[in-house]
Unconditional design. Structure first.
Length: 135
């Protein structure tokens, strides 16, 4: 019999109100607001776990800013000009996939999250990491 493995469904939340610890797990959020059911709120933003981990084993969520090695290719397809790139992880509802947005280079679209990606922050706590990054 073949085993089917599903990705773990997890969320974390950006708490718009509470300082200084604004990133919370779903369990922490439920306890803080004494919630007994799921609701939409102006007090927090939910970010879903992608099911992937970065190169250090840290879980990658929507809204994370990741850094990864990238390269430009010459006419023959050989890698040239290797550099560190960065992008924001987001979920596209139409294709039902996780993508990068706000890449530093926009010659091609990333249809995957590279295995050497490393989380360097998130769009709520570290918006300065996106300065100079093209949309």
């Amino acid at each position: 019999m073949r085993e089917i493995k599903f990705r773990e469904i997890k969320f974390r939340a950006w708490d718009k109100v509470c300082k200084p610890n604004r990133i919370k797990t779903w369990e922490q959020l439920l306890a803080q607001y004494q919630l007994t059911h799921v609701f939409v709120s102006d007090y927090f933003i939910l970010m879903q776990y992608t099911g992937l981990k970065d190169k250090n084993g840290k879980e990658i969520y929507e809204g994370d800013i990741v850094s990864f090695e990238d390269a430009e290719c010459d006419a023959e397809g050989y890698h040239d000009n290797v550099f560190l790139n960065r992008g924001v992880v987001f979920y596209d509802e139409v294709s039902m996939c996780y993508y990068f947005s706000n890449r530093q280079t926009v010659e091609m679209e990333d249809l995957y999250i590279p295995t050497d990606a490393e989380i360097i922050g998130n769009i709520y706590e570290n918006p300065e990491l996106l300065e100079g990054v093209k949309e």
